[in-house]
Design a protein. Structure first.
Length: 368
């Protein structure tokens, strides 16, 4: 049986039988009319009440320790590609497959026990056929790509791969003091006056960021993975091995502590941007003091769906990635030097012609 993107269930292509992954795991689906209520506990209420009553410095500004599940005996297998070095994970029923990165054939034999297991997964929403058709449409939109590339008839392989991510819950605190001005100019008689008012501005924020993603793979380009975002979390499910049926998953290369500085830097920029957005309506803003601190509250190991597309063109292999949930495609397609030159000279020629017409009009040499 393999995971079916249309129904979200396991499906047998031979007899057509389908099984619910949640029910197979002993957790029946909640009824459609089930309601969930969220209430703050006493600690949350006290924290909210005292949020701005305490001193800014947090004596316990240390990252929260996290605990992660691990794979059990006989639950999963891993293989190390001898050709490119990628380490991937699949269910125990898969005995032979190919590497999603280099295409080399591999026989799986190593049992995976004790390594960190994913806590959540976003299943594929786009089938292989849909991914192939979407990629062809994407190729046809390239205005500066070679004509032969836009035909999109040289797809070497399309492989469904679950890429490892860490999802972080973080708390960001920010405090700034700034000197701001408002400038007003007015005229009285023959005199022009310029009035400047100075303000001392103080801001203090306490922000929570939920499930900030960060890919944990060495093989995947970080910029490419960032551009594949967002992954809507409405389809985020508790991880079960049957979701891997018909697919494979790459094993993480970096744990949550190794990637934490990168995520903290990202969230610090969010807090800084939010602080700046609260200071508006002034002619100028000068920051006298600014302090931002970010604390990790939780980190979860998750798998995100990606279609890897290998395309042969001009005796070279080009790799593209497609978000397996939204269909967004990223990658660097080949560029036609002839089309770039034609576009450049067309734009520059049009600009020159426009400037010439304007100069003639202003100089009186243009006849209407």
């Amino acid at each position: 049986m393999a995971f079916d993107t249309g129904s979200g269930m396991l499906k047998c292509d031979s007899c057509g039988r389908v099984d619910s992954i949640e029910e197979m795991a002993g957790q029946p689906k909640a009824p459609s009319n089930a309601q969930v209520s969220y209430e703050m506990d006493e600690d949350d209420k006290k924290a909210l009440q005292n949020a701005f009553d305490n001193d800014y410095e947090d004596p316990t500004n240390e990252d929260e320790p996290t605990h992660h599940p691990t794979f059990k005996e006989g639950e999963a297998t891993e293989y190390n590609c001898k050709n490119c070095g990628a380490v991937l994970i699949t269910d125990t029923q898969t005995t032979a497959t190919k590497c999603s990165f280099c295409g080399a054939g591999i026989v799986i034999s190593d049992r995976l026990v004790g390594s960190l297991a994913p806590e959540s997964v976003i299943p594929f929403s786009i089938s292989k056929a849909q991914a192939q058709e979407a990629f062809k449409k994407w190729c046809r939109k390239g205005l500066l790509t070679p004509k032969d590339f836009r035909v999109a008839d040289r797809i070497k392989d399309i492989t469904g791969l679950y890429v490892p991510f860490w999802l972080y819950d973080l708390n960001g605190k920010g405090e700034v003091e700034a000197t701001c001005t408002r400038v007003r100019t007015y005229t009285r008689g023959d005199w022009v006056y310029k009035e400047t008012k100075y303000y001392h501005v103080y801001r203090k924020v306490d922000l929570n960021y939920i499930k900030v993603p960060c890919d944990a793979s060495k093989k995947m380009d970080d910029k490419m993975m960032d551009k594949l975002e967002p992954y809507p979390y409405k389809n985020l499910k508790e991880f079960k091995m049957p979701y891997l049926a018909g697919y494979i998953a790459e094993k993480y290369d970096y744990d949550d502590e190794e990637l934490l500085p990168r995520v903290k830097s990202r969230v610090e920029s969010y807090v800084d941007s939010y602080l700046r957005s609260t200071i508006t309506g002034y002619s100028s803003v000068h920051f006298n003091r600014k302090h931002i601190s970010v604390k990790k509250k939780r980190s979860d190991y998750a798998l995100m769906p990606v279609w890897m597309v290998c395309y042969d063109f001009n005796q070279a292999e080009h790799t593209f990635a497609m978000n397996g949930q939204t269909g967004k495609i990223v990658g660097r397609p080949p560029i036609s030097a002839g089309k770039v030159a034609a576009w450049f000279f067309g734009v520059s020629g049009g600009s020159f012609l426009l400037l010439r017409i304007v100069s003639l009009i202003l100089g009186g040499g243009f006849l209407w």
